[in-house]
Write a protein that binds this ligand. Structure first.
Ligand code: NAD
Length: 496
C-alpha cells in the first residue's frame, strides 16, 4: 500500500521503516528539514538500535522516501499515519497544536474520488479521533469547497506501544495491534496493511531475529475512544507498577527488607507479573509523565477525581528526590563536593532526555553548589545540545567521571556500567560513596570493592540477617535477558 507517515521522531521513523521493510511504499515527512536531510543520507536523527540498518534495507528495495513536502506525499497515499509529538502543557493538558496542524494539512492535500485512511498513531486524549476528522474536513472545505462532498476518508486510532531502545523488535514483533475506528473499511484496510506483521509472514532482518516463541500477533478492533483509552490506560498502569515498587522499596528500607527480593516474590504471581517492578529513582521519558497527566486532566474535565493517577504522579515526583537525600545522608554538605553521574538518558539504549531524572538531579546538585561530572555511552551529545545551560563536566568514560569524586550516582542502568571494575573505580574517588539509583549492583560486592553502597529500597544482607552467606552475582547478571538488537550492537562497538 502507499503510506505516508507524518513526523519522523522516535515513533514515525521506526513505523515508516518497518512498514517499508514489510513491503509497503512509504514516504516519511516532517517539517524539520534537518531530520529529513539526515534520513536521506541514511542516517537516523535519533539513536535507536537497528533503525539505520532497517532504513538501509528499505532504501535498497526502493520502498522508502523522506520529504518535507507533506501535501504531495499525502495526496498519493492510501493510508496516512500521524505520528507528531503530543507534549504536555504546564497544566498537564495535551498540547494538540502539532496534531491539529498535521490534520488540517492532510485535509487540504487530499484529492476527491479517492479513499484515505487517516490514522492517529500519536498518543492523543479521548475524542481526538473526532477532532482529527473535523480538522481534515475543515482542510478540505478550505481548499476545495465546491468539491467537498466528493472527498472520502475515515479516521482510525492505532496507538503505538514501542519502547525506545527496543523499538525495532517491538514493532516487528508486537504483543498486539490495536485498531480503533467507526469505519469497517478503515479497519479492513489497516488489517490488510498489518497482515505481514500479524501473520509474521516476513523474513526477519539478520539484526532483529524473530523471538523463538513468536507466533501470530493478535489484532484488537475497537471503537475510536476505546483505542485512545487503551494507550493511556496501558501507560498509566505501567507507571503505577513502578510507583508501587518504589513505595514498597521505601517501606523495605525502613523495615530492613530488600525490595528486589520482595518484588521477585510477588512478580512470580501470574496475577501480578514480574515486569515493571523495579524500584529506583522513578520513571522518566517522554511518555509516562505526559500521558498520566493528560489522562488525569481528561478525568477532571469529566468531573472525575482520579486519585490513583494523582498518587502515581506524586510518588514518582517524591522518588526523584531520593538521590539528593541519600547524598545528603552520606556527605551532609553538597556545596563544593564533586558528584559523578553515570548515565543521562532516561533509560538504556536511547539518547532521549525528555523528563530524564538525570537532568533534574544535575540541576539540583548544581543549584546546591556541587560540581557535576557525567558520562553516558550515547546521550552526551544530546545533553550538550539540549541542556547547554547546565555546567556539567562531560567525561570520556565512567572511570574518568569518578576521578576525585565525593560520590558517584548510578542514574541509568546501562549494561556496561554493570561490567565496571568496582575496585578500580572506588580507588579513583576522593570518597567511595556509591548511590545506586537503579539497583544495578550487588550491595555486598560493591562493599567488598571498597564502596560505601546505598541502593534504593534495599538493606544489606548483613544488616538484615547478620549472616555471612556468599554474595550473589550482581543483579545485572542475574537479570540478563537474551541479547536484543541494542545489546548486540553495543557489545560489538565495545568489542565484547
Ligand atoms: P518526536 O518529538 O520524537 O517526533 C515528532 C516529530 O513530528 C518531530 O520530528 C516533529 O518535527 C514532527 N512534526 C511536528 N509537527 C509536524 C507537522 N505538522 N508535520 C510534519 N511533522 C511534524 O515524538 P515521538 O517520541 O516520536 O512521539 C510521537 C507520538 O507518539 C507522541 O504522541 C507520543 O506520545 C507517541 N508515542 C511515543 C513513544 C516513544 O517512545 N517516544 C511511544 C509510543 C507512543
Amino acid at each position: 500500500m502507499k503510506v505516508t507517515v507524518i513526523g519522523v521522531g522516535y515513533v514515525g521513523a521506526v513505523t515508516g521503516a518497518c512498514l517499508a521493510f514489510l513491503g509497503h511504499r512509504v514516504t516519511c515527512v516532517d517539517v524539520d528539514g534537518g531530520k529529513i536531510d539526515k534520513l536521506r543520507r541514511g542516517e537516523s536523527p535519533i539513536y535507536e538500535p537497528g533503525l539505520e540498518e532497517l532504513i538501509a534495507l528499505a532504501q535498497e528495495r526502493g520502498a522508502i522516501d523522506f520529504d518535507t513536502d507533506v501535501a504531495t506525499a499525502v495526496r498519493n497515499s492510501e493510508v496516512v499515519f500521524i505520528a507528531v509529538g503530543t507534549p504536555s502543557l504546564p497544566s498537564g493538558e495535551t498540547n494538540l497544536a502539532y496534531l491539529e496542524s498535521a490534520a488540517r494539512t492532510v485535509g487540504s492535500a487530499m484529492e476527491p474520488g479517492r479513499f484515505y485512511v487517516v490514522v492517529n498513531k500519536s498518543t492523543v486524549p479521548v475524542g481526538c479521533g473526532n477532532l482529527v476528522e473535523a480538522l481534515v474536513r475543515e482542510g478540505i472545505t478550505q481548499t476545495q469547497p465546491a468539491a467537498a462532498a466528493k472527498f472520502d476518508f475515515a479516521v482510525a486510532s492505532n496507538p503505538e506501544f514501542l519502547r525506545e531502545g527496543s523499538a525495532i523488535d517491538d514493532s516487528l514483533y508486537p504483543g498486539r495491534i490495536v485498531l480503533g475506528s467507526a469505519s469497517t473499511r478503515a479497519i479492513s484496510t489497516l488489517t490488510e496493511l498489518y497482515r505481514p506483521l500479524t501473520e509474521q509472514s516476513f523474513a526477519p532482518p539478520s539484526f532483529a531475529p524473530r523471538p523463538a516463541d513468536m507466533t501470530k500477533v493478535p489484532v484488537i478492533s475497537t471503537s475510536l475512544a476505546s483505542a485512545e483509552m487503551i494507550k493511556y490506560s496501558a501507560n498509566a498502569f505501567l507507571a503505577l507498577k513502578i510507583g508501587f515498587a518504589n513505595e514498597m522499596g521505601n517501606i523495605c528500607e525502613r523495615v530492613g527488607a530488600d525490595v528486589i527480593e520482595v518484588m521477585k516474590g510477588i512478580g512470580l504471581d501470574s496475577r501480578i507479573g514480574s515486569g515493571f517492578l523495579n524500584a529506583g529513582i522513578g520513571w522518566g521519558g517522554s511518555c509516562f509523565g505526559k500521558d498520566v497527566s493528560s489522562l488525569l486532566h481528561t478525568a477532571t474535565e469529566y468531573g472525575y477525581e482520579a486519585r490513583i493517577l494523582e498518587a502515581s504522579l506524586a510518588v514518582n515526583k517524591m522518588q526523584r528526590s531520593v538521590v539528593i537525600q541519600k547524598l545528603q545522608e552520606k556527605l551532609f554538605i553538597l556545596k563544593g563536593r564533586t558528584i559523578a553521574l553515570l548515565g543521562l538518558a532516561f533509560k538504556p539504549y536511547t539518547d532521549d532526555l525528555r523528563d530524564a531524572p538525570s537532568i533534574q538531579i544535575a540541576e539540583r546538585l548544581l543549584r546546591m553548589g556541587a560540581r557535576v561530572r557525567v558520562f553516558d555511552p550515547i546521550a552526551m551529545e544530546a545533553c550538550q545540545a539540549q541542556h547547554a545551560d547546565l555546567k556539567l563536566c562531560y567525561c570520556e568514560n565512567a572511570p574518568q567521571a569518578v576521578i576525585g569524586a565525593d560520590a558517584v550516582v548510578l542514574v541509568t542502568e546501562w549494561p556496561e556500567f554493570a561490567a565496571l571494575d568496582l575496585t578500580e573505580l572506588a580507588k579513583k574517588m576522593k570518597r567511595p560513596v556509591l548511590i545506586d539509583g537503579r539497583n544495578l549492583f550487588d550491595p555486598e560486592l560493591a562493599m567488598q570493592a571498597g564502596f560505601e553502597y546505598t541502593g534504593v529500597g534495599r538493606a544489606s544482607r548483613q544488616a538484615r540477617t547478620g549472616d555471612s552467606e556468599p554474595a550473589q552475582p550482581p543483579v545485572a547478571a542475574r537479570r540478563a535477558p537474551a541479547r536484543s538488537v541494542a545489546e548486540t550492537q553495543l557489545a560489538a562497538k565495545a568489542g565484547r
